[in-house]
Each structure stands twice: as C-alpha cells, then as structure tokens.
Design a protein around this ligand. Structure first.
Ligand SMILES: C[S@@+](CC[C@H](N)C(=O)[O-])C[C@H]1O[C@@H](n2cnc3c(N)ncnc32)[C@H](O)[C@@H]1O
Length: 243
C-alpha cells in the first residue's frame, strides 16, 4: 500500500484522510477563534490579500475548495453577485456545516457541497476561479488534487492556493519554537486538543516549499504560476493560470 505523511508520521495513504478528518471534526467548533489566536489575526490579512488578487467580477463562477468555515466564500459571494456563483465545498461535514451557518447568518445562501478535492464532482472547464486556502497540505494526493482543480477551470481561469510555506532563513528558529512549543500549548489550553495543533505544525513543515509547489502546479497543467510570499514566506499565495 502507498505510504504518505500525516504530520511527521508515515501512514498508509488510505489512513491519512481518516486522520485528517479526525483533526477537523475535533477543531471545527473552535476553528475560527483558534485561527485568530494562533495567527494573531494575520490569517485575515492573508485572506484579504487573496481576495484582492482574485479580483472576482460580477457573473464569475467560483469554486472554493476546502472552504471550511467559509471565509473566502463570504468575501467572494457579494463580488460574484446574483449573476455569478460561488460554490463552497469541503470534505469535512463539521467544518462545512459551521461555514454554511456563518454564511446563512450573514444572509448569504450558497451551494454547499461535501466533496473530496481529489475527485471533484464538477464538469470540465466550468469555473473562472478556483481557490483553496490552507487546505492543500491536508490532502493525500496533492498532484491529483491540483490536476482536478485544473480540470474544472476554463482555459484562462486561475487557481489561487493560499498555504503555509517556507519562511526566510532568519525567521526559522523563532518560527519553529512558536510552532512546536506555543501552538500545541495554546491548542491544549483553549481548544483542549494539543494533538491537532501538533499535527498543524508538523503538516506545515512537511508541505512543499514555494518552488516545489510551483513546479507541481506546472505539472498539473498550469501554464503560468506566480508566487506571492506573505509574512516573509510563512505563507505563500500561488496563482496558476490554465493556459
Ligand atoms: C485549515 S482548514 C482551512 C479552512 C478554510 N479554507 C480557511 O482558510 O479557513 C483545512 C480544510 O481542508 C479540508 N480538507 C482536507 N482534506 C481535504 C480534501 N481532500 N478535499 C477537500 N477538503 C479537504 C479540511 O476538512 C479543512 O476544512
């Protein structure tokens, strides 16, 4: 059986999705508050930057993958407007339900679909924009997921991947200390779940760096890929164009 990573552990590929599901089942109800706490609110700036780069126009068809509690879908929906569509998707029902409730509380009703990014239930070429924020590193077969994202985009459509990446050299030691000492402790105190936040830190370290992800996106069918480093590379936004 194929082996893959779940954080720093090597597990069977079939087991990873179940373990990732366990993490997000466990964190769903406190996901937003923990996100603000652990990133000191910076995830809002990274997402605002992503929304600005996305530049969604009235009438656009947008697919948000691994959309979780709905931050990007919330921002894209008013921009796509009544003529457009924003489809909010995730593999995890607990995360998706939390997101759908937030969207409904904001007066926004969107198609909300449980699906695996590695097997997207959408026809070829139907979307102008696909986004995935902090989701790709949790996927078992990232190449397959990227190929699926490319397949559902129209020619000229763009994929935006917002994800943790490799920070500048000078930041690495303090960032390691924060990730492996502080994050699990905050997870334990606030979310009563140190393990999930240890996985978060480990999964970030195992995720491909900027250049590797760019090469993966090109292999998946994106003719042009730009990389925008944010917070000195702690996070990167990769923008791929399906040529
Ligand atoms: C860290 S959360 C990000 C949520 C949201 N996009 C955000 O930025 O706040 C990662 C999400 O990826 C989802 N996910 C993991 N593997 C997935 C897969 N194979 N297909 C779709 N979603 C997946 C998880 O269920 C989880 O909701």
């Amino acid at each position: 059986m194929t082996q893959t990573h779940f954080g720093f552990q090597t597990v069977d590929a079939a087991e990873k999705a179940q373990r990732v599901r366990g993490v997000f089942d466990s964190v769903a109800s406190r996901y937003d508050v923990m996100n603000d706490l652990l990133s000191l609110g910076m995830h809002r700036l990274w997402k605002a930057y992503t929304v600005a780069v996305a530049n969604v126009q009235p009438g656009d068809k947008v697919l948000d993958i691994a959309g979780g509690t709905g931050d990007l879908a919330l921002a894209f929906a008013p921009q796509a407007g009544e003529r457009g569509t924003v489809v909010h998707t995730d593999i995890n029902e607990a995360m998706l339900r939390t997101g759908r409730d937030r969207l409904l509380d904001a007066g926004i009703a969107l198609p909300t679909i449980t699906c695996d990014a590695e097997r997207l239930p959408f026809a070829d070429g139907g979307f102008d924009l696909v986004s995935v924020a902090f989701g790709l590193r949790n996927m078992t077969d990232k190449d397959r997921a990227l190929a699926e994202m490319c397949r559902v985009l129209r020619p000229g459509g763009r994929l935006l991947v917002l994800e943790f990446s490799q920070p500048a050299e000078a930041l690495r030691k303090p960032y390691d200390w924060y990730s492996f000492k502080v994050m699990p402790l905050l997870g334990k105190w606030v979310a009563k779940d140190a393990e999930s936040y240890r996985y978060l830190a480990e999964s970030i370290r195992m995720h491909p760096d900027q250049a590797t992800l760019k090469a993966m996106m090109k292999s998946a069918g994106f003719g042009h890929v730009d990389v925008h480093n944010l917070a000195a590379g702690v996070v990167a936004l990769h923008v791929g164009v399906k040529c």
